[in-house]
Design a binder for this molecule. Sequence first.
Ligand SMILES: [Zn+2]
Length: 277
Amino acid sequence: MSRPLLKASLMAACLVALPLGAWGDKGHRVVSILALRSLPKEPGDWFRGREAEVADHASDPDHWKQDRKEGPRHFLDMEPYGGPDHLPHGQEEAQALLGGDYARRGTVPWIIQDRWRDLVAAFKEGDPAKVALATAILGHYIGDAHVPLHTTMNHDGQLTDQKGIHSRWESGLVERYISVESLSVPTAQPDPAFLKRPWEWLRASYGLVPQLLADDQEADRTTPAGNRGPLRGQAYWTILWDKQGPVVRQQLQLAGQHLGEAVLSAWIAAGKPAAPK
Ligand SMILES: [Zn+2]
């Protein structure tokens, strides 16, 4: 490879290594709407008239990425740890395994724990505006943990010649095919072990990666190789939705359910405060 070409490809590699947003704005909104829908009456009362506020702030953390520390809060790469069966549970353990720059490989499970504690504090403080905002922010990271490509170093298909799959899956499919009315979520149940759950979600998300990539490859056989810009033709979208649509729906519904459980559990941990009149 010539020098300029090498330089250009290195720059491209750096660009694709930048963290991407998950679910796009619409997906994050959907997760927050489902979560509020799942709440029993008493904790749900905290959000009456504030549903739009929660949805409007659900993508805020994706706008904070000018801060270099923010990007890795949205994912966890599993490969550096040796795969999903070897994930560290504490950040000290992560540091012992990967060294000082472990955070570059993602910190989403610990961020979920921290933002959940913020929500408990907001309930204790008794301010519904703070509860709504803390729910939106917590929901963002819970949503991200349910996006399969947020668990792998191949987060944009850059290692398998499938660049752009990240946004095709989380935004392209959601924008084209998802309506929140067609999704459902069970009534939230309290989860005393909530703080351990993010690892389970991440492991499940990681298990969805191989099929997701295989389905993209199959759909892409409809696309002429010289014409693989960011937009694919309708034939591509039809095949990808046919194969991955159930997975997109499942992951949105699970994220909404888990955010609902997180809110209910936080409200219980705060002592079940009644919503201010
Ligand atoms: Zn994100």
